[in-house]
Design a protein around this ligand. Structure first.
Ligand SMILES: Cc1cc2nc3c(=O)[nH]c(=O)nc-3n(C[C@H](O)[C@H](O)[C@H](O)COP(=O)(O)O)c2cc1C
Length: 299
C-alpha cells in the first residue's frame, strides 16, 4: 500500500489517453499527489522507455502510476509491462479486460497492481487474479464510464475488501474528494479537472470547450472506443452518422482524431491553469470540507 501520509492529498491524477504524459505526471507528483499516464500515450515501447527515464530523472518523492490496457487487443501489452518492470515502476493500474495476465509478472518484480472495476462481478474477478487495489469506476466519470452509484458501490466493495480503494467518477473538487474518504475510499481519481491544465497534452480547442461546458453538455456514447464513454455533446455532433461498433478495440483509442471526452466534473473546469495551482486549490477545498465535517459532527 502506498503511504498516504506522504501525499499532500489522497489523490491520483487519473491516466488519460492523449492527455497525460510525462509533464503532467511530474507536475502532479511535485504537487504532492500521484501522477499517472497510460503507456499507450507513448507511440512505441521505446518511447515509453524514454518517458520513464525522464520521469525518474525528475527525482520524485511521490510514486507515479502507469496505466496498462489489459485487453487482448493491446498488441503492446506484454512488451510495455516488461519495460515498466525494467524501469522499476512501483504501481500499475490495469484497465479494460481481465487484469490476470499482467498481475503475475508485475508482482514478481515487486510492483503493485490496481485494477479498474465497474461492477461487483469485476471486483470478484480482479480480486481472484490477486490485484492489490481497486479503482471503482462510477457514473459520470470522464472516459469509459461506470454506471454504479458511488455511495452504493464503495460501501458494497468495502464490505468484501479491506485493501486500497480508489473512487473514480465526478470528483470535481476537494470537498468531493473528502466525501470519498468519508465514504470509505482511500484515494480519489480526478481526470476531467486536469485536462485543461497547461501540462496536459490536450489541444487548445478541447481545453476551451471544457471551460465553456457544464455537466449538462456531457453525454454517453459508444462511438469513441466501442464501450460507453462520456464525451462532450459538441464532439458527438461532429461525428454524427458514424456507427458505434460493438466491443472495445484498442485501435479506436489510438485514432488520430481529437476526441473530447469529459465527465460530470467538467462543471468544475473554469479556466486553464497549471497542475500545481489546481492541486493547491483542491487542497484548500479539502481542508475546508474536513473542518466543515467536524462542525456538522458537533451540531
Ligand atoms: C480524456 C480522457 C481519457 C481517458 N483515458 C483513459 C485511459 O487511457 N485509461 C484509463 O484507465 N482511463 C482513462 N480515462 C478515465 C480516467 O482515468 C478516470 O477514470 C476518469 O477521468 C475519472 O473521472 P473524472 O473524469 O470524472 O474525474 C480517461 C478519461 C478521460 C476524461
Amino acid at each position: 500500500m502506498i503511504a498516504l501520509t506522504e501525499l499532500a492529498l489522497p489523490l491520483i491524477v487519473a491516466p488519460m489517453t492523449k492527455v497525460s504524459g510525462p509533464e503532467l505526471t511530474i507536475a502532479a507528483c511535485r504537487g504532492g499527489v500521484i501522477g499517472s499516464f497510460p503507456t499507450h500515450n507513448a507511440h512505441s515501447t521505446e518511447e515509453l522507455g524514454s518517458w520513464l527515464t525522464r520521469i525518474s530523472a525528475a527525482d520524485l518523492r511521490i510514486p507515479f502510476a502507469a496505466n496498462v490496457i489489459a485487453h487482448r487487443s493491446n498488441g503492446r501489452r506484454d512488451e510495455d509491462v516488461a519495460c515498466l518492470i525494467e524501469h522499476g515502476v512501483e504501481l500499475v493500474i490495469a484497465s479494460v479486460g481481465a487484469p490476470g495476465p499482467i498481475v503475475e509478472p508485475l508482482h514478481r518484480a515487486g510492483c503493485q497492481v490496481y485494477a479498474d472495476v465497474a461492477s461487483l462481478r469485476h471486483v470478484d474477478r480482479a480480486l481472484e487474479s490477486g490485484v492489490d487495489g481497486l479503482v471503482l469506476l462510477t457514473a459520470g466519470a470522464g472516459g469509459q464510464t461506470g454506471w454504479a452509484n458511488p455511495f452504493s458501490f464503495v460501501r458494497a466493495v468495502r464490505a468484501r475488501f479491506d485493501g486500497p480503494i480508489v473512487l473514480a467518477g465526478g470528483i470535481s473538487d476537494g470537498a468531493a474528494l473528502w466525501a470519498a474518504r468519508v465514504l470509505g475510499a482511500d484515494l480519489g481519481y480526478m481526470g476531467t479537472k486536469f485536462i485543461a491544465t497547461t501540462e496536459s497534452l490536450a489541444g487548445d480547442e478541447y481545453r476551451s470547450a471544457l471551460v465553456d461546458a457544464t455537466m449538462d453538455d456531457v453525454t454517453t456514447s459508444a462511438k469513441l472506443t466501442g464501450l460507453p464513454t462520456n464525451v462532450l455533446r459538441s464532439w458527438l455532433e461532429s461525428v454524427d452518422g458514424e456507427q458505434a461498433n460493438g466491443g472495445f478495440d484498442q485501435q479506436r483509442l489510438l485514432d488520430p482524431r481529437d476526441a473530447w471526452s469529459a465527465g460530470h466534473s467538467v462543471s468544475g473546469v473554469t479556466e486553464t491553469r497549471t497542475a500545481p495551482d489546481l492541486i493547491a486549490q483542491t487542497r484548500q477545498e479539502y481542508e475546508h470540507a474536513r473542518k466543515q465535517t467536524l462542525a456538522i459532527a458537533t451540531d
